[in-house]
Ligand binder design. Structure first.
Ligand code: FE2
Length: 334
């Protein structure tokens, strides 16, 4: 069934989101009415902004039409546009070794595949090449760290369909986990969970392996929706337990470290997507220092990683910033 968001003073804007009214009731029970209200009100603001056809949407500048149109014109004029599109399908598998203090023995060598910023409705080949690469990987579990779709104003079914293709192509023994990004609406949660992805909305679960245990937690988007609640997400986790947190954007690094997270897995920045030679991003699209916006980093006691992401945003091109499939391998500190 279709859902309609009513935006006072602007009118009624239909967005085609399949949901049942019970979904909202279940979400409210699960995450609290305050969190749900905040999410829904910010989602309504997105829809309202687009329907007023304002060129300037300061909270989501990359979705504006003007800048991408100018950039596309320039790249076409210079003859680089097609090369940029080809680059966007040149996936690179990044194998990241991360040593974690007090990692339980059974998790030594545990491999977590991270797919982030898939923006699945914009993948030019519907994910064919990505799936061929993913099928060759040996992994223990898969985490999806948000931005399943690109356009926040259009229907999302194409993005969900491609995401489902990707999920069906994999069979990790410890399953799938995910979080929402700043392009995703909360109505996606029941759909993604019906595919077998355990979605974290400021929640946590333990991963148990042969009697040993670590904790995985995931927060709702902070970059735009400002719905992360790190203390709530950590409330079930015993003190000093090894904790891996999924955060769409690295902007949460200070609070995550303060809460005792051992490893923060992030995306969102696309590594800049269009970079200068030497992988130097022109725009970082995150309110944090540049060193947190791509690759491995650390902050005080916490380690972290920000993936360049699978997909593309605004324009289907990449320069000096290949799309990334990340495999995090956990290791005992020696
Ligand atoms: Fe994002």
């Amino acid at each position: 069934m279709d859902n309609r968001y009513s935006v006072p003073g602007i009118g009624i804007f239909a967005i085609k989101i399949r949901h049942k009214d019970e979904d909202y009731e279940e979400l409210s029970e699960r995450i609290g009415q305050k969190h749900l209200n905040r999410r829904l009100s910010r989602q309504m603001k997105i829809i309202a902004r687009y329907n007023t056809k304002r060129l300037s949407a300061p909270f989501l500048p990359k979705n504006d039409k003007l800048m991408p149109t100018i950039l596309k014109f320039l790249l076409n004029t210079l003859g680089h546009y097609q090369r940029g599109m080809n680059n966007a399908l040149e996936y690179r598998v990044e194998k990241v070794n991360v040593s974690i203090d007090n990692l339980p023995f059974q998790f030594n060598g545990f491999r977590i595949l991270q797919l982030t910023d898939i923006h699945a409705n914009t993948i030019m080949d519907n994910g064919d090449k990505l799936i061929r690469i993913l099928r060759r990987l040996e992994i223990d579990m898969c985490v999806l760290t948000g931005d399943f779709r690109f356009s926040t104003r259009r229907v999302f079914e194409p993005a969900i369909r491609v995401t489902e293709r990707i999920v069906k192509a994999l069979d990790p023994p410890y399953g799938f986990a995910g979080i929402l990004g700043n392009h995703d609406f909360i109505e996606f949660v029941p759909l993604l969970e019906s595919m077998g992805i355990k979605m974290f909305l400021n929640e946590a679960l333990s991963i148990n392996k042969n009697g040993d245990k670590i904790w995985l937690t995931g927060i709702d988007d902070e970059h735009f929706f400002q719905c992360s609640d790190i203390p709530a997400s950590m409330s079930d986790i015993p003190e000093k337990a090894v904790t891996i947190m999924l955060s769409h954007s690295p902007e949460t690094y200070i609070a995550a470290e303060k809460a005792g997270v051992n490893y923060l897995i992030c995306g969102h920045t696309h590594g800049g997507q269009i970079c200068l030679p030497g992988n130097i991003p022109i725009l970082k699209n995150a309110r944090c220092p540049r060193r947190f916006c791509s690759g491995q980093w650390h902050y005080r006691r916490m380690k972290g990683y920000t993936s360049r992401g699978v997909g593309v945003s605004s324009l289907p091109v990449r320069f000096f910033c290949p799309p990334e499939i990340t495999v995090h391998e956990l290791n005992i500190c020696t």
